[in-house]
Design a protein around this ligand. Structure first.
Ligand SMILES: *[C@@H]1O[C@H](CO)[C@@H](O)[C@H](O)[C@H]1NC(C)=O
Ligand SMILES: *[C@@H]1O[C@H](CO)[C@@H](O)[C@H](O)[C@H]1NC(C)=O
Length: 417
């Protein structure tokens, strides 16, 4: 609470200082590439870059079975086995430093194939492997859960690590699991991955049908519980109807942790303009993915395509509603010029070619927008502090046929039927 107040004060003082003293002047849009890159680097030294989605932890599972004894995150993984041979590997600490990443949300991912099986175990094991990875590299990164933690570590020159959970199928449809994840330090939940949950429809076409288009009544209760907790609701991978349902009930801003825009690449996984238009009222943010297939609907993309997606959110919603969620280590084709986590400054150098982008706008894109959302979500938690935890249980008919192998409380299941 005090820490939070201090941050608000610091930000407020920061604003005052900025408006009364001249800002460092912005390089000309016609400046050379080295000049723009130097300006981009100076900007990211001054204001934190926060990326909303990185899938490295799932690679620890796939490549190392979560055995970290031989994993050296401080090494150049481009030279290390098994990473050097993997098209899905674009992340290590030296390159994060070169990329001036101040804070990274690590994805606590569980595959849809595990739905109705051992998802909660996999979830906990992914939280565990992230925590062990961070603990083994404390000089370079540390776990935080708040924007004041991000700011504190930014000023110390140490990268902040945060956790976001992907996706809702791994929750066992349980309010208790959501609350426990919050206690473990997870700060967003992607409502769906590529499968419908018993309470939310995903954006992918799947052989099975959702229990309802968008959110079921229980899905709405889960969102309200996330609001109460201060858990960000992530709508990447959700269907448009799920997104619309969330916008109509949420008490806090939402995020899209790694998405593109549908206007530029018409796939269901990308965000429609009609939904982008809801962002100013909601206060949420779309963090742009760097996956070629979301950018151009093809295997090829370059840095210009990322700029186009960012500018489209800016044009439709505004500069306050866009950020970065590259999705590195979960993608195997990256835009030319943004090949790995070391290249974020190149994106800012590219945007400096466009006179519409002021230094303050670029800081918003880099991290201030997602941090504003984190603070707003935290404020909602504080406002709702007297509300009781939800004791709702998913209706039995929403899960019974799909999830036969589970422990059944006979009388309870009967009551719910
Ligand atoms: C990890 O890699 C760094 C950079 O190459 C090196 O300095 C350090 O000694 C390595 N740590 C271990 C435990 O091998
Ligand atoms: C990206 O590719 C397009 C063609 O697809 C091209 O017009 C553009 O100049 C490229 N951008 C850069 C920075 O090379």
């Amino acid at each position: 609470m005090n820490e939070h107040r201090l941050l608000v004060l610091t930000l407020w003082l920061g604003t005052t200082v900025c408006s009364s003293t001249p800002l460092p002047s912005r390089v000309s849009p016609d400046a050379s590439h080295p000049e723009r890159l130097a300006a981009a680097r100076a900007l990211l030294d001054e204001s934190p870059l926060v990326d909303g989605h990185n899938d490295l932890p799932w690679n620890l599972r796939k490549f190392l079975h979560n055995k970290l004894h031989s994993f050296n995150f401080s090494a150049d993984l481009q030279r290390e086995k098994p990473w050097r041979a993997q098209s899905f590997s674009q992340t290590d600490l030296p390159r994060l430093r070169k990329g001036q990443v101040a804070a990274q949300f690590w994805s606590v991912y569980v595959p849809c194939e595990a739905q109705y099986l051992n998802t909660v175990q996999l979830l906990l094991e992914q939280v565990d492997v992230i925590k062990r990875m961070i603990a083994a590299h404390q000089k370079e990164t540390i776990m935080v859960t708040t924007t004041s933690g991000i700011q504190r570590e930014f000023h110390r020159g140490r990268m902040a690590s945060l956790m976001g959970m992907e996706g809702g199928h791994a929750l066992g449809s349980s309010m208790g699991v959501v609350r426990s994840l919050y206690d473990l330090g997870v700060r967003y939940i992607t409502l769906t991955h590529k499968c419908h949950t018993p309470w939310a429809e995903c954006s992918d076409k799947t052989p099975d049908h959702p229990n309802s288009p968008g959110l079921t009544p229980y899905g709405k209760k889960l969102v309200l519980e996330m609001n109460r907790l201060g858990m960000m609701v992530d709508l990447s991978h959700s269907s448009s109807q799920t997104a619309r349902d969330v916008f109509s009930i949420t008490r806090a801003p939402v995020i899209f942790s790694h998405s593109g825009v549908r206007k530029l690449c018409p796939i269901n996984r990308n965000v429609e303009d009609s939904i982008l238009k809801k962002l100013p009222d909601n206060g949420g943010v779309v963090l742009i993915s760097f996956y070629n297939e979301f950018l151009t609907c093809s295997k090829y993309a370059n840095i210009t395509n990322v700029v186009e997606h960012i500018n489209h959110v800016r044009n439709i919603a505004g500069v306050d509603y866009v950020g970065l969620g590259a999705g590195y280590d979960g993608i195997n084709r990256t835009p030319i010029g943004l090949d790995d986590v070391s290249q974020y400054p190149e994106l800012f150098a590219e945007l400096l070619k466009d006179s519409r982008w002021s230094l303050q706008d670029l800081k918003k894109l880099a991290g201030l927008n997602i941090m504003r959302v984190m603070d707003a979500v935290q404020e909602v938690r504080e406002e709702l502090i007297n509300e009781s935890p939800s004791e709702d249980i998913i209706p039995i008919h929403d899960i019974d046929a799909r999830w036969p192998c589970r422990y059944k409380f006979a009388s309870l299941d009967h009551d719910l039927a």
